[in-house]
Design a protein around this ligand. Sequence first.
Ligand SMILES: CC(=O)SCCNC(=O)CCNC(=O)[C@H](O)C(C)(C)COP(=O)(O)OP(=O)(O)OC[C@H]1O[C@@H](n2cnc3c(N)ncnc32)[C@H](O)[C@@H]1OP(=O)(O)O
Ligand SMILES: CC(=O)C(=O)O
Length: 544
Amino acid sequence: MTQADSATKPGEAETGAGDFHVFDTTLRDGAQMEGLRYSVADKLAVAELLDELGVDYIEGGWPGAIPSDTEFFARAADELNFKHARLVAFGMTRRAASTAAEDPGFKALLDSRAPVLCLVAKSDMRHVEQALKTTPEENLAMIADSVRTGREHDRQVFIDCEHFFDGYRHDPVYAALVVKTALDVGAEAVVLCDTNGGSIPSDITAAFTDLRARLAADLPPERIRLGMHAQNDTGCAVANTVAAVEAGAMHVQGTANGYGERPGNANLFTVIANLETKLGRKVLPDGGLEKLTRVSHAIAEIANMTPDEHAPYTGHAAFAHKAGIHASAIKADPALYNHIEPELVGNDMRILVTEMAGRASVELKGRELGIDLAGDKDALDRITKRVKELESKGWSFEAADASFELLVRDEVEGGLPRPFTLDTYRVIVDHDPNGATVAEATVRVDVEGERVISTAQGNGPVNALDAALRSALAARHPRLAELTLSDFKVRILAGSTGTDAVTRVLISMSDGEAEWTTVGVAPNLIEASWNALADGLAYGLNRR
Ligand SMILES: CC(=O)SCCNC(=O)CCNC(=O)[C@H](O)C(C)(C)COP(=O)(O)OP(=O)(O)OC[C@H]1O[C@@H](n2cnc3c(N)ncnc32)[C@H](O)[C@@H]1OP(=O)(O)O
Ligand SMILES: CC(=O)C(=O)O
């Protein structure tokens, strides 16, 4: 069954919240972000994730204007089989002094086979005169003709009123007339766009309230169907969208992770979470909200963007607590320092142990790692003191859970079994006359009472050390083959050029099931790397 075949009749879209629409424009307005480029396959994958999340509408792009969007709609019609969402083709109202039926751009929208159209229209008189270079009456005719023609072709039609709020300030009578014209001819909803993103929430509330009062003179309440599309130029896009809903909007537009032109669009995931958890509006189908974090990160991967660690609700740090005082209250009740239960949006609470930690932070972190430290005041004191001392020398445990666990086990259990102990290592880096650089490392380690010497080469000193150590341990510890080095970060902590600066190395490893990070600190890069590497391998070999 294709998208066009599966289309319910205009106005019959089954939404998560009855007559409330969650409209995603990640693949259209979100794709206008600088530095972001989706392939058609990427777009298909993002659309499937958004459908799984449970948004009502997915705007896929502008067929006829952007060749890859034309291809996306052709493939979407054949390949996508949404469970919930409806696919939307974006375009503009017909050109001035023409008809929608004859307009090639409009024809391309119909040819896309998308069951829903979203048409951008001018609602600011200055844009009508200066950008469209037409008359106010012709602009209204362009809107009415375009909506009617879409509906005659059995399409649901939304109108995006570009620059609505600026236009409303300039000429509220005309801006309101644009909205009324579109609603009169059967637009599913008219979306008020803060295109330049210059508004703040009180502007939105005032405009919605005033517009609704104006429209109420001519239209019954159920026909005043308004939506909100906010750009984030004031950093208020989410707040503006929430304000619009509180002022009567029944349709919200936004993008995954707030991607979009300039500073971006309203982050649809933040909007959804706010509507569901703060306003008590269920806007996604059952089970949707808890998919929010996973879908947010999956789309970031496809978009090749680093996920925003600090994004509200979905960021890795959204429920991470560093201050000791916070942890001590969380120990009594997590709700004391969390605005919602993180699990509601598929996220987790984390306790960070750093120099800001107190005993409660250490106890809670221990609990996260499966080590019960409750009631062991001496151990909690010792661990907290050691963490503070080490952090003051440049260690950082907040991103190195495995090093923290090794430290805790060292304090309370005498340490994890060490699969090897280092006797000596030597690293030589050779730069030959052809410009090639080869590193060679030799390690001498004690493995279960036996002294083993091994030499290996690598593309750098740490790579060579890793290879030499693995070769020394391979016979006794075959599981080493499953452990891969997934990340290596170096930070010089004191002095920007001095060779005596302290070096911090973070090494992440994985065994295919889990990933862990260890930290090493030393005046020397190789020594710091060795410390992190040796701890990482020891931790991995002890992991069950
Ligand atoms: C606020 C937003 O983000 S809206 C989305 C914006 N997205 C894009 O623009 C991306 C895709 N755009 C494109 O590929 C091209 O701009 C096209 C294919 C749409 C148009 O390309 P061109 O025909 O070369 O026109 P150009 O881009 O120079 O100018 C836009 C034209 O559309 C007209 N236009 C702008 N908005 C509207 C509208 N709502 N209804 C009708 N015509 C409009 C302009 O007056 C201008 O007309 P002109 O060609 O007579 O000067
Ligand atoms: C339509 C749109 O993207 C805007 O006005 O910002």
